[in-house]
Design a protein around this ligand. Structure first.
Ligand code: PMV
Length: 357
């Protein structure tokens, strides 16, 4: 996925996928496993080595990176991530000193919606880390994807104080994956067969951020709120069962029923929002078997699951949602995640190596 590209040896590319959390949100904070799937949307970073710096200050801390195509705010984020890379990356063969003497241009392309709980910051971190890893080691490391994940995870601290590693794991590896928290710096992750039915990943603007929502649940849990204790344990149990079900290729009805059950618990935890509820009701009208809030809640992402022969209904729902919500003063994005056998040939080929799901 992350490689030297084209004929030039001085351009490095990294890719990071957006993500949809299928099961385990909030319970994952307390050690339960989670399940997620990469979106067919990604961020791509091209890092072009422009050669030795000629300016006088080249040995000072001044950055040798420019990103002329980005808006100012994004340029600032990119500069901060660049400096993070120098802090976190290994300094094999005095590489960092050597890199400081060179000029780089950065280009970023992304179709991952931002600030919606669809993993845009993790996708950017993974793409950045992927381009860096390609430049740093080529294929020297035995598992450069794991190195990329670790680097992306470290970068993500700039966006989220305590990232779980789920988003960056899905961003780097793609596909459908489980995440098991065992106290390590990163969770253990395992690739699962992608669900054999369409899933619509949708998102509306967020009324609150993940940090505040997680802190709110934590406060109530620590105060001994029985609703919170029970809901988290049940969400954890549903996530464990859903991981087994997806691993066994369970039918859409089974997984969708688990989604409905998890959704009721997330609503009980007061993580719902009007626009998400509108979207989930609309999904049912279009024939969805089930759906749920996805991720931290308070707006943001949600998902709807359809029967394997309902790809057209899933596409119709994804197309209708933004227009219908707009009429009620809302706003939404929706993306259909098709099972590999229903994807157009070009994306199907990609998915056998490093595709989204
Ligand atoms: O930021 P989101 O919407 O992808 O949610 C993250 C999932 C949580 O379980 C709520 C937080 C976490 O770190 O696991």
């Amino acid at each position: 996925m992350h490689q030297r590209v084209g004929v030039s040896a001085v351009e490095y590319t990294g890719v990071g996928f957006g993500k949809l959390l299928l099961f385990g949100e909030h319970a994952a904070v307390y050690g339960y496993p989670a399940l997620g799937i990469a979106l067919p949307l990604c961020t791509t970073v091209h890092l072009v080595d422009e050669g030795l710096r000629t300016e006088l200050k080249r040995s000072t801390a001044e950055s040798g990176l420019s990103a002329p195509d980005l808006p100012k705010k994004d340029r600032e984020i990119v500069q901060a991530l660049w400096e993070d890379l120098f802090r976190f990356a290994s300094d094999s063969d005095n590489l960092l000193e050597h890199l400081r003497e060179r000029r780089f241009t950065l280009q970023v392309r992304s179709d991952v919606p931002r600030s919606r709980g669809l993993g845009s910051s993790a996708a950017a971190c993974a793409a950045f880390a992927g381009a860096w890893t390609a430049m740093e080691v080529g294929s020297k490391l035995p598992d450069s994807q794991h190195a990329t994940w670790l680097l992306a995870h470290k970068l993500e601290h700039r966006f989220h104080g305590t990232p779980s590693g789920i988003d960056t794991g899905l961003a780097v590896y793609g596909g459908c994956r489980s995440f098991l928290f065992n106290g390590g710096e990163l969770p253990e992750t395992q690739a699962l067969p992608p669900p054999a039915f369409p899933i619509v990943a949708a998102a509306v603007p967020r009324g609150s951020d993940t940090k505040a929502l997680v802190a709110g649940i934590r406060r109530r849990r620590e105060a001994g709120d029985p609703v919170v204790h029970q809901a988290l344990a049940q969400l954890g149990r549903i996530s464990e069962q859903a991981i087994d079900a997806v691993a066994d290729g369970a039918p859409a009805e089974t997984v969708a029923a688990a989604a409905n059950e998890a959704d009721s618990l997330l609503v009980e935890l007061e993580l719902d929002s009007e626009q998400v509820r509108y979207g989930l009701r609309l999904a049912k009208e279009y024939g969805a078997l089930g759906g749920k809030i996805s991720g931290a809640g308070g707006g943001g992402a949600f998902l709807a699951m359809f029967a394997p022969n309902q790809a057209e209904a899933a596409a119709a729902f994804a197309a209708a949602l933004p227009t219908k919500l707009k009429k009620t003063g809302g706003e939404a994005e929706a993306i259909v995640i098709l099972p590999p056998q229903l994807r157009p040939p070009s994306t199907k080929a990609e998915s056998t190596t490093s595709g989204p799901a």
